[in-house]
Design a protein. Structure first.
Length: 460
């Protein structure tokens, strides 16, 4: 007999969190609030992690190197079996966008808290993602939805058709790597050879594609959530244009200066695309926005670092919603229920030198975190915490919410003033200076603004 919705919902009561750091804390909190038990895992370097103490089970799954612990699929599946987990939440990074892992989890009889392996595979390859989005009527950056061939003459013709400058991108790229801008024809082949080699080494695939390099775009993205029963909604938009080396530093919601009638059709196209590809779970459609037009660049098939700014404006707990959808529940909100209010900023606090941006490991000797109305801190660190050199340098996310953008900026200045981290270097001085910047305060700065601002500061 087929399962009814009621019978199929609530498919697990214990979740293994296959991640570390602030996102492990965030997911554990959401699980507990939903009445679910949690299994925390760690590498040897993370044995003292605070979320280990608050989890129902805590298992060390391997050495400090991520490849032998947080990326070790067999060790994670074994931990899930030993601890009796019914589901695995991958967080972001590590195995979160690994289709083979999603498949292995489901084959082991567990629920993968994320989309199906086939959705991850389609969207994980930026070329097939672009093709799927074009088919669903989502506007894309000009350029073919096929991989670049090896033939030099054909490559030259493609570049000419698009028009210089172009950007060469690895189909399997991520984290701001595997991209190279080509300003003119005479450096085209060299750029391709370098990017191919980089892509092969970093992503295990030499597949590349080419698109128009937009010279002054903003990065605007749309958050979606979909259930397994044909329901999908978008939760408004974010602006993540403040980037250094293609990596986001500050995010905000909503994207300033975007009229509702401009963004509305884009949000609806994203929802349509989700329904068309049978997408399940949370996801983000990333766009470049230039001269009033949106161009799709990629979809992230997972929870994102910057999800809190959307939680603050939409009032939706995205992690809880993600888990409930994975349990088979019908999405308990419709598009008409989504009303984004006020303005939110997120600062990524990194353990790094504020001038050179080199990672800074060591023991946090003193920590003071801000509190008050409209202030949220997502972190796993405490005084005495040892920041290890093995992983991403993100140690905390400082998030604020206020009725207007100007008030949210003022609140972030206050929050940053009240944040003290000693013992290691952090980017806090740099963030404080950025929130004093006039052009940023005006809003609508493009993706190159931060790099230019840094250059000017260094020259001064
Ligand atoms: P990743 O998966 O590595 O994050 P994305 O495709 O999302 O790569 O691009 C990351 C950033 O690179 C964008 O936010 C933008 O700053 C820049 N970028 C990507 N494609 C283009 C393009 N066609 N023109 C200009 N900048 C681009």
């Amino acid at each position: 007999m087929p399962e009814t919705l009621e019978q199929s919902a609530g498919r697990f009561d214990t979740v293994l969190i296959a991640n570390r750091g602030e996102i492990a804390v965030r997911i554990q909190r959401a699980c507990r609030e939903l009445g679910l038990k949690t299994v925390a895992i760690c590498s040897e370097a993370d044995r003292q992690a605070p979320y280990g103490k608050t989890a129902d089970s805590f298992l060390c799954i391997g050495p400090s190197t991520a490849a032998k612990s947080y990326l070790n699929q067999d060790a994670i599946l074994l931990a899930a079996r030993l601890a009796g987990a019914g589901a695995i939440h991958p967080g972001y990074g590590f195995l979160s966008e690994n289709a083979a892992f999603a498949d292995a989890v489901e084959k082991a009889g567990l629920v993968f808290i994320g989309p199906t392996a086939s959705s991850i595979a389609i969207m994980g390859d930026k070329i097939s993602a672009k093709r799927a989005m074009m088919a669903a009527g989502v506007p894309c950056v000009p350029g073919p939805d096929t991989a670049l061939p090896d033939d030099p003459a054909t490559i030259e013709r493609i570049a000419l058709e698009i028009g210089y400058p172009v950007i060469i991108k690895a189909a399997g790229g991520g984290g701001g790597r595997g991209m190279r801008v080509v300003p003119k024809a005479d450096v085209l082949h060299e750029a391709i050879a370098l990017t191919r080699e980089e892509a092969r080494k970093a992503f295990g695939s030499r597949s590349l594609y080419m698109e128009k390099f937009l010279e002054h775009p903003r990065h605007i993205e749309i958050q979606v959530i979909c259930d397994d029963h044909g329901n999908a909604v978008w939760l408004g938009h974010r602006d993540c244009s403040m980037q250094r080396r293609h990596q986001k530093v500050v995010e905000e919601a909503p994207a300033p200066g975007i009229a509702p009638d401009i963004i509305q059709p884009v949000g609806l196209a994203c929802v349509q695309a989700c329904l068309q590809i049978g997408y399940r779970g949370v996801g983000t459609f990333e766009f470049l926005y230039e001269d009033g037009a949106f161009y799709f660049i990629e979809m992230n098939t997972r929870l994102q670092v910057e999800h809190p700014v959307t939680e603050m404006t939409s009032g939706v707990d995205i992690v809880q919603a993600q888990i409930r959808v994975a349990q088979g529940h019908v999405l308990d909100l419709s598009q008409g229920d989504v009303a984004c209010e006020g303005h939110s900023f997120e600062c990524r606090i990194n353990a790094e030198d504020p001038e050179s941006f080199l990672p800074s490991a060591g023991v946090v000797t003193h920590l003071a975190l801000p509190a008050g109305p409209g202030i949220r801190v997502d972190t796993h660190i405490h005084a005495g915490y040892k920041v290890s050199p093995y992983y991403d340098s993100l140690i905390a996310k400082l998030i604020v919410h206020a009725p207007t953008r100007a008030e949210a900026m003022a609140r972030m200045r206050e929050a940053l003033a009240g944040t003290e981290v000693e013992g290691i270097s952090t980017n806090i001085p740099f963030l404080r200076a950025l929130f004093e910047d006039g052009a940023f305060a005006q809003g609508e700065t493009d993706i190159h603004y931060l790099e230019q601002w840094l250059k000017l500061r260094r020259a001064a």
